[in-house]
Design a protein around this ligand. Sequence first.
Ligand SMILES: Cc1cc2nc3c(=O)[nH]c(=O)nc-3n(C[C@H](O)[C@H](O)[C@H](O)COP(=O)(O)OP(=O)(O)OC[C@H]3O[C@@H](n4cnc5c(N)ncnc54)[C@H](O)[C@@H]3O)c2cc1C
Length: 440
Amino acid sequence: MTEPDYSALEHDLIQLLGPRGVSRDARQREKASVDGARMSPIIAELLPLGIADLVAFPTNAEQIAGVVAAAVRRGVPVTPRGKGTGNYGQAIPMSGGLVLDMSRARAVIGVSGDTITADAGAPITALEQAARAEGKQLWMYPSTVHSTIGGFLGGGSGGTGTILHGSNDAGFVSALDVVTPESDGELLHVEGDEAQGFVHNYGTAGIIARATVRLEPAQDWRGLYASFTDFAGSLSVLRKLGRMQPAPRLVSADTPHITAQLPPDDAFPAGRSSLRMIVDASIVAEASAIIEGAGGRIEDVREGPSVSAALSVLSYNHPIEWLQKSEPGVYFHVEVSGDALVDRIDDVHAVYPGGLLHIEAGHTVPIGMLAGIYESPEAVYAGIEKLGELKVGVHNPHQWNVDFRLQETLELAQSTDPQGLLNPGKLNPDYAGPTKGAIR
Ligand SMILES: Cc1cc2nc3c(=O)[nH]c(=O)nc-3n(C[C@H](O)[C@H](O)[C@H](O)COP(=O)(O)OP(=O)(O)OC[C@H]3O[C@@H](n4cnc5c(N)ncnc54)[C@H](O)[C@@H]3O)c2cc1C
């Protein structure tokens, strides 16, 4: 194993990227070493988990490959970074080393048929905009609409569009250009199943330098804002609305308490549960009839180019983030899924003191974020066990281990990164799952 040589690497990177393409400045290094992990009170207590020694800013896929090759040559670990919105510490350089900041490699290469290709640091909003200009739209995107395509594929899982297309490991990726320590500065072009091996494992098997993802014909979307006197009212129609055809892009609902923490909007009347949809213009009337038939009220129907993004940024973890902002230090959350979220909501809420669910109509079953008042890590894990007994699926956001297709990733990384230089600390063969030894 080569001893890390940071000075030699800095010299190499200046040659490759120019002096503005690499930084050892303390503020830059700190900025490049945090992500959204503060959403977890358990991880927050352990911060900082690592600080970069160097930060590199390549401007295209080829430079990304060159930077990885230089780091490997100098024995320096590499942690890829998109916009840094991941919320489990996955982007924190736990062994220090080089943070590979993708934010300047933001070219959208173009639309071809039903796919779009972009460099890893391209913002999701730029991809959607380029697709719309060609009469297309992305299959899906995360609620963090300004995050990068590389970060979404490396660390995210789904979002707006998931109702129809499932998570981002289910056919969304058409092809990737990846770079690994073994590829010696070359971009490896992988497609189909081979490409899936690099999705959602935090860059531990290979770093995505360029991505080609799927599009579909653009739709005329409306933002439908409704409300019910209570959360039970919103839940009573959520699955039915999610099954409508053409499929909505998003159906989200919140308890009255969470609704009150969202940014002020006349469409969120005090004391009521908000239900929001991104819905095809052709079924607004049908969706409204379902809502009103169940005792709900239509608050507004909005149109225009920003309706999709406006509702997306109120989905997934965002309502919990607003809750945490308005009551700092009180709430934690776990990611949950299953019909029990609708059918046994009182039992689900009762798992944690102050339990509050944000829910989305998912691809097969509802998915959501369950917030509760934070007491201790033990209480969080005990609740995860209880949720399992209620047949609620749980993803534990209080740990940074690769926990998706772990075995496959371990095998792939053994051949692509035998020295373990990619995002060290995240790929742990003995990771025991959501409730046991979660933090290491
Ligand atoms: C309020 C909030 C809401 C969120 N909503 C959603 C949501 O709806 N759906 C969802 O899936 N996620 C969501 N997330 C998680 C996260 O924001 C997204 O997954 C986002 O797309 C990550 O992109 P990023 O550019 O910020 O990546 P980063 O946070 O920078 O990186 C994420 C992970 O991917 C790795 N990575 C970064 N770039 C690359 C690359 N080029 N190649 C390989 N690995 C790479 C990083 O090392 C890290 O492990 C949310 C987070 C927050 C805080």
